[in-house]
Ligand binder design. Structure first.
Ligand SMILES: Cc1ncc(COP(=O)(O)O)c(C=O)c1O
Length: 483
């Protein structure tokens, strides 16, 4: 099935396509082709969609048709576009690309890239001993078929204990183990949302959550976060007014901004959701990672009396993403329904990986304490080097999580990402975290790499940022509204 992207849609996605490094040196058609390649690489423009006809795009961008014709020709030559006379042109990628850990497309030979597109730590030293201990435990499970749709009991007990210790009494029957938090979200959406259902999300938000929502054809509305995080009146007001079927929120060290939702808003949020008939899906991916001794408010589900809150979380951020262990906490009947749904997807999670998770959770205090210290030091190094090398960028220092949300000195995020790729730094530009090509003034910077790499990456970014300036800053325009 081919979908068609219309001229106005592509123009909106292209946003500041003029703001390219070396703009003075490269003609318009090359800048336009480069911008389309950038959209393809970061997933905002899917593969296999039909691009608008040349004349339509030229009108939407208010440029000459010759420029679009030349840009399309270049895209065909670089393997990013396939055309058939009379039938149109489709997006594609040259065979020299693969999907990177971020879900973004990357050239096959990018091994030396400093990857700031991914916000996750490498594995802790305790992982290999935990895997050995898990292998020792495995014989206990080998007498059965090995399918445990809700997860093995010892892991469900350990996860339930974690919630209880956070002040939310939880039984193992309320836990379902999944293959990561993303899988948990996908399953919850399958169960709780019919196609076309209304969903409220924060803006910015986690891009793969947007992808999961798009797969369910959700009708998305957004709550814009400010420098201070959520605006209580606006958030509760939009739940009351739009009565979405579901709201997906990240209250603990929100990805990408790092904000932490206060306890009183959590309580009011649950009340408003109940009154509006809205289910709350609360993503607790970063709950283990407060920094600087920041105290944690109670889990959102503490305020839930009506099974309105479904909490999802996992091992990826405090422990290791490669484990692919996550979970859902919901009412016991909801867990049973989710388990029935997951049987039609992946049957169950691997027993061995779950046993590794049990051993890691046994050592949670030591592992998590070390992670927090490491992240705080890396965050401080990143903030210091940004202040020195890119002093015009505005950064709010987060008190937890793994990411900074920097406000740039212009709507240049996508252009900067394309330029950074040339000097070996991968970025996830601001628009990936929103809808419709907005957030060009923002950039997410994770502090999950060692400090020396962060400093090196920022040095390279400062150099290409300077290049963008020379490339014709006065030509930036605010996105024009095309009705
Ligand atoms: C908010 C949020 N949810 C979910 C995920 C996916 O986590 P997992 O690796 O557990 O699937 C991430 C990973 O970055 C995340 O930031």
């Amino acid at each position: 099935m081919t979908t068609q992207v219309r001229g106005v849609q592509l123009a909106r996605l292209l946003g500041q396509w003029h703001a390219l490094p070396g703009r003075r040196r490269s003609p318009d058609y090359a800048a336009l082709a480069g911008a389309v390649r950038g959209l393809l690489a970061d997933g905002r423009l899917p593969l296999g969609v039909r691009l608008p006809a040349e004349r339509e795009l030229a009108e939407a961008l208010r440029i000459s048709r010759t420029t679009v014709t030349a840009a399309y020709r270049e895209l065909r030559e670089t393997g990013h576009l396939a055309s058939r006379r009379g039938a149109g042109s489709w997006t594609m990628l040259p065979g020299t690309h693969r999907v990177a850990s971020t879900g973004l497309w990357t050239p096959l030979d990018d091994r030396d890239m400093i990857d700031l597109g991914v916000a996750a730590l490498s594995a802790p030293a305790q992982l290999v001993p935990a895997a050995r201990a898990a292998a020792e435990d495995l014989p206990r499970y080998l007498g059965g078929a090995g399918y445990h749709p809700t997860g093995i009991i010892e892991l469900r007990e350990a996860v339930a204990r974690g919630y209880t210790e956070r002040g939310l009494p939880t039984s193992p029957e309320q836990i379902m183990v999944t293959s990561g938090t993303q899988h948990a979200l996908d399953l919850v959406l399958r169960l709780a949302l019919s196609p076309g259902g209304g969903v409220l999300v924060e803006s910015p938000t986690y891009p793969n959550a947007l992808a999961a929502l798009a797969a369910r054809r959700a009708r998305i509305t957004t709550h814009g976060l400010s420098d201070d995080g959520w605006d209580a009146d606006l958030l509760l007001g939009s739940i009351r007014q739009t009565r979405p079927k579901l709201a997906y929120l990240i209250p603990e060290f929100h990805n990408p901004t790092g904000h932490l939702m206060a306890a009183d808003l959590r309580e009011r949020l649950v009340g408003a959701a109940h009154a509006a008939g809205t289910d709350l899906v609360v993503d607790e991916s970063f709950v283990d990672l407060p920094l600087d001794g920041t105290p944690l408010p109670p889990p959102v589900a503490v305020f839930d009396r009506h099974s309105r809150v479904i909490s999802i979380g996992g091992m990826s951020k405090p422990y290791w993403g490669g484990l692919r262990i996550g979970w859902v906490r919901a009412s016991a009947p909801q867990v049973q329904r989710l388990a029935a749904a997951r049987v039609g997807v992946d049957m169950a999670s691997p027993v061995l990986d779950q046993l590794v998770a049990v051993h890691l959770l046994d050592q949670a205090p030591a592992i998590v304490t070390a992670r927090r210290a490491q992240l705080a030091a890396q965050r401080d190094a990143l903030v210091a080097t940004l202040a020195e090398r890119l002093p015009d960028w505005r950064v709010t220092v987060p008190c937890g999580g793994v990411t900074l949300w920097a406000e740039l000195d212009g709507p240049i995020s996508s252009a900067l990402a394309r330029a950074a790729e040339e000097v070996g730094v991968r970025l996830a530009p601001g628009p990936r975290f929103g809808l419709d090509g907005t957030l060009e003034r923002f950039l997410r910077l994770p502090f999950t790499l060692p400090a020396a790499e962060l400093v090196e990456a920022v040095g390279r970014l400062a150099a290409v940022r300077y290049d963008l300036d020379r490339a014709g800053r006065p030509q930036w325009r605010e996105p024009s509204v095309i009705a």
